[in-house]
Design a protein. Structure first.
Length: 69
């Protein structure tokens, strides 16, 4: 199949947890076709501020996600 268009995806980054499942799914769907072996994917973050939630990396606040009783 000859690709005749560019594909774009818009996501609500307020709900993003930074797992990149959207990227993996897109690549699995679109790279299984002939001619797509060398496809290039560009993840662009255009949200003002720090982008996708980087607060999850703040271990002082979250303590690794565990609560000690």
């Amino acid at each position: 199949m000859k690709i005749r268009a560019q594909i774009g995806m818009v996501l609500n980054l307020d709900k993003c947890i930074g797992c990149h499942t959207c990227s993996v799914t897109c690549k699995n769907v679109w790279t299984s076709r002939p001619g797509m072996e060398y496809a290039w994917f560009n993840n662009v973050e255009t949200k003002p501020g720090i982008g996708y939630p980087k607060e999850r990396e703040n271990q002082d606040k979250w303590n690794g996600g565990w609560v000690r009783n």
